[in-house]
Design a protein around this ligand. Structure first.
Ligand code: ZN
Ligand code: ZN
Length: 133
C-alpha cells in the first residue's frame, strides 16, 4: 500500500486528506506531508508550522486569509468526516450526513458571500450533496 498524503485547500488552507474542501468547494492540492505523520503530530504549533509552510510555498497565490478565518470561526470536523449530530436525513439524497446551520454561520456566509448566499433562511445542510433546506 502506498503512502497517503495530506492535501491543502488553495483558498482557506484547510488541511486534510484529498478531495474537495468542504468550505470552499475547490479541489485540494497534494502536499508532501504523509497522513500518518500528521496524525501523530500532536503539537498544535508544529502543525501550524507545517500548514504555514504550505501557505508560503504551495498556495501563496491563491490563499485567502478571510476564507481561513471563516473556516476557523465555523469549525466542522477537520477531517470533514461523518459526524452524526442529528437524526435528520437529507430530503434530496437521504443521507444522514446533515449539518445544522447555525445563525453564526448564516451571518458569516451572508457577510462573506453576499448575494451568492442562499443559506440565509435555511437551517440544514447536507454534507453529501450540498443541499440546504
Ligand atoms: Zn477551503
Ligand atoms: Zn443530500
Amino acid at each position: 500500500m502506498g503512502l497517503m498524503y495530506m492535501s491543502i485547500c488553495p483558498k482557506c488552507a484547510n488541511f486534510k486528506m484529498g478531495g474537495v474542501c468542504s468550505y470552499c468547494n475547490v479541489e485540494m492540492i497534494d502536499t508532501q506531508t504523509v497522513f500518518e505523520d500528521w496524525l501523530h503530530e500532536e503539537s498544535p504549533s508544529k502543525r501550524e508550522e507545517i500548514v504555514q509552510h504550505y501557505i508560503d510555498t504551495l498556495i501563496k497565490d491563491t490563499y485567502d486569509p478571510k476564507a481561513r478565518e471563516y473556516r476557523e470561526a465555523n469549525p466542522k470536523s477537520v477531517w470533514a468526516g461523518y459526524v452524526p449530530t442529528t437524526s435528520i436525513t437529507c430530503p434530496n439524497c437521504s443521507s444522514e450526513n446533515v449539518q445544522k446551520i447555525g445563525t453564526g454561520e448564516r451571518a458569516a456566509s451572508v457577510a462573506l458571500f453576499g448575494l451568492f448566499s442562499k443559506k440565509i433562511n435555511k437551517s440544514y445542510k447536507c454534507r453529501s450533496c450540498g443541499y440546504t433546506w
